[in-house]
Design a protein around this ligand. Structure first.
Ligand code: GLY
Length: 370
């Protein structure tokens, strides 16, 4: 088992990376006083792992109330949070109780939001079951629900007490979901670790076929990098923004297609590809590094652009993004493999041709440096 510390003074916690949930109960007991827990999961994950986690918690002396939400982004709402508050109140959860999130990013964000607000905050534990949530959303304390006017607009920075990653659960994850998470994995290498990038270049096939040793090593490397960023900049005042590489365009693609066309990682991958082209066009990135970045992105797979989408619609969605600063669009652009910089001076005239190239071109064209 790998243990990674997220050092945040009194809010410090550990990320444990194991193959299974075995010994999860013992570790929870050392992280939380025994008491009542709300075990939040969704309709896909609960039938697979809900009973296992419940019995491990019960053996460790916890009282467990399961709460199962519909799967999918539509569940990340205040209405669904309200249903969970009702379940918590009815089950008698008090300030000494805890919330356990068993699922992907939607479950983690929603359950974390409920934990942050129920009785002004109770502890919560993340048991992420998708690659994306294991390497990104379960670590770092961003919890939120969506508003009808935008994603993640209502939320908090609220750190979990423990993150338990069981790599075996990835064996039941659909390939498309795995690759969506792989986009975020590749992102860590591209933004801050040439050694992780090299490891992925060398061991891609083993990673892709879930070789246990490679998978654990890669997930641990991502979590270590994320822990480092969060420890330095918990509330995204500076460094943490580098995690948004690919997200300015990625979020806009998701929003412009009403969150129905892309998985998050697929949109981020398209955003990273376009960020490489923006950087190449400005001479910020050399061709050799650009080609290496694009080659690994190609192995994750670039999703074809949705038919009928206009570049102006993507630009308009970008201008609505909550991460923009005033009127400026902020991009994280690569300057070398493993290195990025913030760029806040690009205009619509700079960005539109690159978006058009994606919307009208072929993947082959986008994935080469020419
Ligand atoms: N997913 C980006 C962050 O946690 O800051």
């Amino acid at each position: 088992m790998e243990t990674i510390k997220v050092p945040l003074k009194e809010r410090s916690y550990e990320i444990r990376i194991a193959h299974s949930f075995e010994s999860f109960g013992d570790v929870v007991r050392s992280a939380l006083p025994a008491g009542r827990t709300l075990l939040v999961s969704d309709e896909n994950v609960h039938p697979l792992y809900g009973d296992t986690v419940r019995s491990l918690l019960e053996q460790a002396g916890f009282h467990v109330t399961p709460a199962v939400i519909p799967a999918g982004e539509e569940s990340k709402t205040l209405a669904q949070a309200d249903a969970l508050y009702t379940a918590a109140i009815t089950a008698g959860l008090d300030r000494g109780s805890a919330v356990i999130a068993l699922g992907g990013g939607v479950v983690g964000d929603l359950a974390g939001f409920v934990a942050a607000t129920y009785m002004r905050g109770v502890p919560y534990i993340q048991l992420p079951t998708t690659l994306l949530s294991q390497v990104d959303s379960s670590v770092g304390g961003k919890v939120a629900v969506n508003h009808r006017l935008g994603k993640n607009l209502i939320g908090a920075f609220y750190q979990p007490r423990l993150v338990w990653i069981a790599t075996d659960v990835l064996r039941t994850l659909p390939v498309r979901e795995f690759l969506s998470g792989a986009a975020e994995v590749v992102k860590y290498g591209a933004i801050m670790s040439e050694s992780l990038f090299c490891l992925l270049e060398e061991k891609w096939e083993a990673f892709r076929s879930l070789d246990n040793r490679v998978l654990t090593g890669v997930i641990a490397a991502c979590c270590r990098l994320k822990a480092r960023v969060v420890a330095e900049d918990e509330r995204e005042q500076g460094l943490r923004a580098i995690l948004n590489f690919g997200h300015t365009i990625g979020h806009a693609l998701e929003a412009a297609t009403a969150y129905r066309y892309y998985l998050h990682g697929e949109a981020v991958l398209a955003g990273m590809v376009l960020a490489v082209h923006l950087a190449l066009a400005r001479g910020l990135l050399g061709r050799e590094d650009g080609a290496r970045l694009l080659k690994l992105f190609a192995r994750v797979g670039l999703k074809t652009a949705p038919p009928g989408l206009a570049a102006q619609e993507v630009l308009a969605a970008m201008q609505q993004d909550k991460k923009r600063v005033g009127e400026r669009l902020v991009f994280i652009l690569p300057v070398a493999v493993g290195q990025v910089r913030t760029c806040d001076y690009l205009t619509a005239e700079d960005i539109l041709p690159v978006i058009r190239r994606y919307l009208t071109g072929t993947a082959e064209d986008l994935l080469t440096c020419e």
